[in-house]
Design a protein around this ligand. Structure first.
Ligand SMILES: [Zn+2]
Ligand SMILES: [Zn+2]
Length: 192
């Protein structure tokens, strides 16, 4: 993602427009959303020679993939990203952050990466109206009946109480029968 400004020259006022197709590098991503590595990115650049350097204006269009923050469905979307930055001919000792040309060359990667990451949605959703997942069973609520709901009693507890009704004495019965058939010594459980 290095661009040669030789053709532009260093006369203030000259301007050059460049179109590039590139493949997204690794790292254009946030936690839930990214421009996947290797996806094509269309890049339109305008290079303007100014007093102290070259003003680069970039416009990019790219495809993003994400996971809906509510229902986890995969999402594909397009983004347009605009960025501009001044690259100085000479380093400025007072401003170490100032990007500087390397001879005639400009490395656009950091500038493009920052702009893309800033443009990625922080909370991607498949739809603004997405209702997310059912807290009880995890089903995606947009895929089921609008009045999807669960009985107040958890089905696991219902199964357990049914078992207890079948065998009201529970483990006491088993222990009693074991004691009767073996020695009168106390069971190991009781020694604890
Ligand atoms: Zn969703
Ligand atoms: Zn449910």
């Amino acid at each position: 993602m290095v661009i040669d400004t030789h053709e532009l020259g260093r006369r203030a006022g000259s301007m050059l427009e460049v179109q590039r197709d590139l493949l997204a590098p690794r790292g254009w991503q946030l936690e839930l959303v990214q421009v996947p590595e290797g996806t094509p990115v269309e890049l339109d650049l305008r290079l303007e020679s100014v007093m102290d350097g070259v003003l680069v204006t970039a416009s990019m269009s790219a495809t993003i993939t994400a996971e809906c923050g509510r229902c986890l469905e995969p999402i594909t979307d397009a983004i347009e990203v605009l960025a501009s930055e001044l690259f100085a001919y000479e380093p400025d000792p007072a401003d170490e952050e100032l990007p500087v040309l390397d001879g005639d060359l400009i490395d656009l990667e950091p500038m493009l990466r920052d702009a893309v990451v800033l443009a990625l949605p922080l909370n991607p959703v498949c739809d603004d109206a997405c209702r997310g997942l059912c807290a009880e069973c995890g089903v995606r609520l947009d895929d089921v009946d609008p009045d999807h709901s669960h009985d107040v009693v958890d089905p696991r507890w219902a199964a357990l109480s049914a078992l207890q009704e079948q065998n009201p004495q529970g483990s006491a019965t088993m222990e009693g029968s074991r004691a009767a058939s073996s020695s009168p010594a106390p069971s190991p459980n009781r020694e604890k």
